[in-house]
Design a protein around this ligand. Structure first.
Ligand code: ADP
Ligand code: MG
Length: 82
């Protein structure tokens, strides 16, 4: 069970690199439930990489990421329905 007071999405110090490219460099996010959150930025800013981490398609190198209170690494199976 997750508490309704928990955010929909939370990241802290999220980092993901590809070789020498730091695609996501210490991202802190707090997205309350029941809100619409837009992810805007120039090409290469790390938007797609962030969404891939949040949807458990790839693992972060470091930092924390939770979706509905579930850790995207430790609780990956619980993050994505189906
Ligand atoms: N699979 C990958 N292999 C190597 N570099 C990647 C890969 N995915 C993304 N990158 C690099 O990471 C950076 C962020 O990319 P990306 O997350 O796609 O940004 P955005 O979606 O904001 O345009 C870019 O420099 C991109 O070239
Ligand atoms: Mg993209």
């Amino acid at each position: 069970m997750t508490s309704n007071s928990e955010p929909a999405v939370e990241t802290a110090g999220l980092v993901r690199s590809f070789g020498s490219t730091r695609a996501v460099d210490g991202l802190d996010l707090w997205v309350p439930r029941g809100t619409v959150f837009g992810v805007l930025g120039p090409n290469g800013a790390g938007k797609t990489t962030t969404i891939r981490v949040l949807s458990t398609l790839i693992r972060p190198d470091s930092g924390l990421a939770r979706v509905l209170g579930k850790d995207v690494v430790a609780d990956a199976d619980a993050c994505v329905p189906g």
